[in-house]
Write a protein that binds this ligand. Structure first.
Ligand code: PGA
Length: 253
């Protein structure tokens, strides 16, 4: 059985005082959760968030990092820097980074390798655009992104990679993929991983869905066979809405 991973992605939101308040409020609401609870916060919130989450079941992640360990890369943050303060997860290749910051399959792959070299668990985002979906090439796009992101990893590393399937047209738009479509996409990703790394490895990989997940639709999505968690943007900014997703199995429909 794969343990679900529910991760918040705050994007470029929340000042440190807001981060501290949110995590303080969230802590009692999710303390009984039987899934992994992660918050991926802006760099400036990392240290405050780590301190506030100390001794709780809330794990802290970053939203990006550079693939080199150090050097002349003004404005960048490295894997060793994240690890040194206690960060455990890092989002890699979010579609907003692919779209606005020239993230490519190649840099994603380098970053995934750097994440493992620094004992950080990568949450790798893949997802098709609306045009690609309408052109009928969604599965091709996401399985290719997955294959390239994982290139050169060993089986153990692949098993520890979290893939977030996030259709771009569903991010921040209020449009959610149907549970059947989301599940099918996650299944295709798993099949691709099985083809390359074997069924045993594929069965262990956590594949999340992301894109306008909220308390109202979390349960039906998270109950699907191949959806092992969520990557949540907007609904992760407030403790109560995020907690409802984390505690999805206690929501009665
Ligand atoms: P959203 O964002 O939940 O606000 O759609 C998800 C994401 O971009 O990770």
């Amino acid at each position: 059985m794969r343990r679900k991973v529910i991760a918040g992605n705050w994007k470029m939101n929340m000042l440190p005082n807001e981060a501290i308040s949110m995590i303080t409020e969230l802590t009692p609401l999710v303390k009984e959760a039987d899934c992994e609870v992660v918050l991926c916060v802006p760099f400036t919130d990392l240290f405050y968030s780590l301190l506030t989450a100390q001794g709780t079941n809330i794990k802290i992640g970053a939203q990006n990092m550079h693939f080199e360990s150090k050097g002349a890369y003004t404005g960048e943050v490295s894997g060793p820097m994240l690890k040194s303060i206690g960060v455990e997860y890092v989002i890699i290749g979010h579609s907003e980074r692919r779209q606005y910051f020239n993230e490519t399959d190649e840099t994603v792959n380098k970053k995934v390798k750097t994440a493992f070299a620094n004992n950080l668990r990568p949450i790798v985002c893949v997802g098709e655009s609306l045009e690609q979906r309408e052109a009928g090439i969604a599965f091709e796009v996401i399985t290719e992104q997955t294959e390239k992101a994982l290139e050169g990893l060993d089986e153990n590393q692949v098993q520890n990679t979290i893939i977030a399937y996030e259709p771009i047209w569903a991010i921040g738009t209020g449009k959610t993929a149907t549970k059947e479509d989301a599940n099918e996409a996650c299944k295709k990703i798993r099949e691709k991983i099985a083809k390359i790394y074997g069924q045993n490895t594929a069965e262990r990989v956590i594949i999340q869905y992301g894109g306008s997940m909220k308390s109202e639709n979390a349960k039906e999505l998270l109950e699907m066979s191949d959806i092992d968690g969520g990557l949540i943007g907007g609904a992760s900014l407030k403790a109560d809405s995020f907690a409802k997703i984390v505690n999805f199995n206690t929501i009665h429909s």
